[in-house]
Design a binder for this molecule. Structure first.
Ligand SMILES: [Zn+2]
Ligand SMILES: [Zn+2]
Length: 290
């Protein structure tokens, strides 16, 4: 039986985004506050995922070996370091979250049967790297608060109560929605970035968070005048709002995850939605309702 095993590690390190071949104005234009000397730091959290057959001792690989390899090859170098100088790779390509994840993969691959390296710069920004050349994923987590009511316009109040339960009550109720947007792209060999992070944050803010926050979705967002604002329909709508602006930034929307409550979340995977080879019977929404 194949299993995936995840091991967590952490390190604190500083970095600075600055390319000597660019002028100061150009550096500031591209990297904003991240250009400030001598740099700034993060408490990085690393998840290393390995896969394989379970051996006679009940393990994919001895976890104390995994822990030792991560310490020896990664955290003993990076913890309390200035990333730009610590490894040659970061002189060629800036130590962005996605590029650090890629380089960690390269350095661990001789020792571990890797399937994923996930690196959190902080709880609201993380990168995933799966060994596919310069391809990486970047996720931004954000939130908005909104009210909604679940009721199909063509049904009676009683019928709606039957389908949607308490969510059909006439005056609505609210949630603090958590939203995770994952984009996929190619790491630029010099800047280390798959996308301009500031521009991506602005797209999510301008297209979703600002218009959705502190609204009654059914009344304030035109799309939900006729479409019932379930977590599924909100996630699908967010996905359609973000898709082309993210493409204009040079990346692809990969996933929208909308967490409505600790018990209920919905994921829309763009790659599955757009893949005509996948049978239409395959549920493209993964949702769990209480
Ligand atoms: Zn930083
Ligand atoms: Zn609700």
């Amino acid at each position: 039986m194949q299993c995936i095993v995840n091991r967590r590690a952490q390190f604190s390190a500083s970095h600075r985004y600055w390319l000597p071949e660019l002028s100061e104005v150009e550096n500031v234009q591209r990297f904003g506050l991240c250009t400030r000397a001598p740099g700034h730091g993060h408490n990085y959290v690393l998840f290393v995922s390995i896969a394989g057959e379970v051996d006679e001792y009940g393990m994919v690989q001895n976890l104390s070996e995994v822990k030792q390899v991560i310490k020896q090859e990664i955290t003993s170098h990076l913890d309390f370091s200035y990333l730009n100088d610590v490894w040659l790779e970061f002189q060629q390509t800036l130590p962005t979250t996605e590029n650090i994840a890629r380089v960690i993969w390269q350095r661990l691959l001789p020792y571990l049967p890797l399937v994923r390296v996930q690196l959190f710069e902080h709880p609201e920004l993380w990168a995933d790297y799966q060994g596919n050349g310069m391809e990486a994923y970047l996720t931004i987590s954000t939130h908005f608060s909104a009210a909604h009511r679940l009721a199909h316009p063509s049904l009676s109040y009683e019928e709606n109560c039957e389908i949607y339960g308490k969510c059909a009550r006439p005056n609505g109720h609210g949630h603090n929605y958590h939203l995770e947007v994952t984009v996929k792209g190619e790491i630029d060999p010099r800047t280390g970035m798959i996308v301009d992070l500031g521009a991506l944050q602005k797209v999510i803010e301008d297209r979703v968070v600002e218009p959705f926050d502190h609204t009654f979705l059914n009344k304030d967002i035109a799309h939900f005048a006729k479409v019932v604002p379930t977590a599924e329909n909100i996630a699908l709508h967010i996905s359609s709002l973000l898709k082309s602006p993210i493409r204009e930034l040079g990346a692809e929307l990969h996933k929208v995850k909308l967490i409505e409550s600790p018990n209920n979340s919905c994921e829309v995977l763009e790659t599955i939605l757009n893949n005509s080879d996948i049978p239409t019977t395959l549920p493209h929404l993964l949702s769990s309702k209480t």
